[in-house]
Ligand binder design. Structure first.
Ligand code: NI
Length: 178
């Protein structure tokens, strides 16, 4: 087990697209376990492999308050998106920044788990948002891409004044970041 470095916006590597995992083997399970450790350490609720500079379609999530409901999604595919909901989002790659994003309210996906077994997961509320947020990461997309031009301009100014650094991520422990 090892803590992995989380890339921070606007690192261009966050724009790389992840490729599907060919075989869920021990090397993939090692990545999954390091990603869980890194996510829990950073007090996040989700982490995509892209954020730790691994371009494979691997996501870890735990939206439970007790942090005892780990979910691993490998090669996730959207089956259904329904409804629309606005929720405040954060991201471990954009520490200390939170904005409302509109996404589907309910989602059904198919993914492999860490044993390579195909599973269908139906999610709503925070889990649905988190799954969509993390799947975006695998496509090189960030939640700040959804901001209005004005809000993006404000974020840019904020970053120019105070670039994101590792140390700043310790200040947002209260938040849901993924
Ligand atoms: Ni994120």
């Amino acid at each position: 087990m090892a803590l992995l470095d989380i890339l921070h916006f606007p690192d261009p590597r966050l724009r790389l697209k992840a490729v599907p995992v060919v075989s869920v083997d021990d090397s993939v399970r090692d990545i999954v376990s390091d990603m869980f450790e890194t996510m829990y350490d950073a007090l996040g609720i989700g982490l995509a492999a892209t954020q730790v500079n691994i371009q494979q379609q691997i996501i870890v999530i735990d939206v439970s308050s007790e942090k005892d409901e780990p979910i691993c999604l490998i090669n996730p595919q959207i089956q259904t998106l329904e409804g629309s909901e606005e929720m405040q989002e954060g991201c471990l790659s954009v520490p200390g920044y939170f904005e409302n994003v509109t996404r589907a309210e309910r989602v059904v996906i198919e993914a492999l788990d860490e044993t390579g077994t195909k599973r269908e997961i139906a999610a709503d509320e925070l889990l649905a948002v988190c799954i969509q947020h993390e799947m975006d990461h695998l496509e090189g997309k960030l939640f700040v891409d959804y901001l209005s031009p004005l809000k993006r301009q404000r974020l840019k100014k904020k970053l120019e004044k105070n670039p994101l650094s590792k140390s700043s991520s310790s200040n947002d422990s209260h938040s849901d970041a993924s």
